[in-house]
Write a protein that binds this ligand. Sequence first.
Ligand SMILES: [Zn+2]
Length: 324
Amino acid sequence: MLALKKPARRVVFPRYCFLDSARHISMNETDAIARRQALTLFGAAILGTNTRNYAHAERKRRVLLFTKSSGFEHDVVKQRDHGPSLCEATLTKLGRIHGFEIIATKDGRVFDGDLAQYDAFFLFTTGNLTEAGTDKTPPMSARGKEVLLAAIRDGKGFLGVHSASDTFHSTGSRFETQEQPDPYIAMLGGEFLSHGSQQEAQIKVVDPNFPGLEGLGASFSIKEEWYSLKNFSKDNHVLLVLETEGMHDSDYERPPFPIAWARKENKGRVYFNAMGHRDDVWMSERFQRMLAGAVAWTLGTEDAVLTANMSSVTPHGSVMPPDR
Ligand SMILES: [Zn+2]
């Protein structure tokens, strides 16, 4: 009897590496053509080719990627063909280029272990992570959550994308700003309120000097599932603003508000970006560039000047949309 040939494992890495100087990656001609097409598709023509590489010769930094879904489970954090999720595959590839290692897990017990071995934490999560919830993976303990927050205060980096803001919600009315948000939300710097239908929207780049935002121009537009957010921390250094005018759905019937920022949590560097729902966002040169810069900043290999700029760039950013 003939043995069945094992099907080739689907390549889950984003196919298009965006770094011209990515010496780690060899590309055949077909890939090169596909890459050129992709770069055009994703608007890379406006970005130029002088992309930064954040790899340093010193010790490789370790980033713990935690993608447990106690609430809604996003496609981008689901395993694909028994391999890594698109989120994990993308970050692993960026790590190879930029000199950091991704250690991925959905097991909340990791926060009861030795956190000193990690340099930063990267969350794409939903819900109350102290409950097994939707994906049924072991939850984080209440102490694990406290230990994580303490580790950040003591100098570890933290990155949250998209539904990291739909995690550990504050108690109180949904359409109200909370005086005391959940300690996790206070650390993150903002909280998910709702989202409307996916649509193309205009994003204003507030700080083009922040690592990963160089060369994006004053603004760009992209189709995404846009989060409406609340409970912004007063010391957020706003990086990107959602231009709500002209958007459809009541979620966006509010003045422009921040969708990406950086802040300090005592000694720790914290970054949040509300993008990251769609596959094509993860595969885009623009988002990958932002993430690479953000990881470098949270790891302390890149620096940035932070100013609490919310009152000047989005003075009405905390105004709530209608509750309907
Ligand atoms: Zn989403």
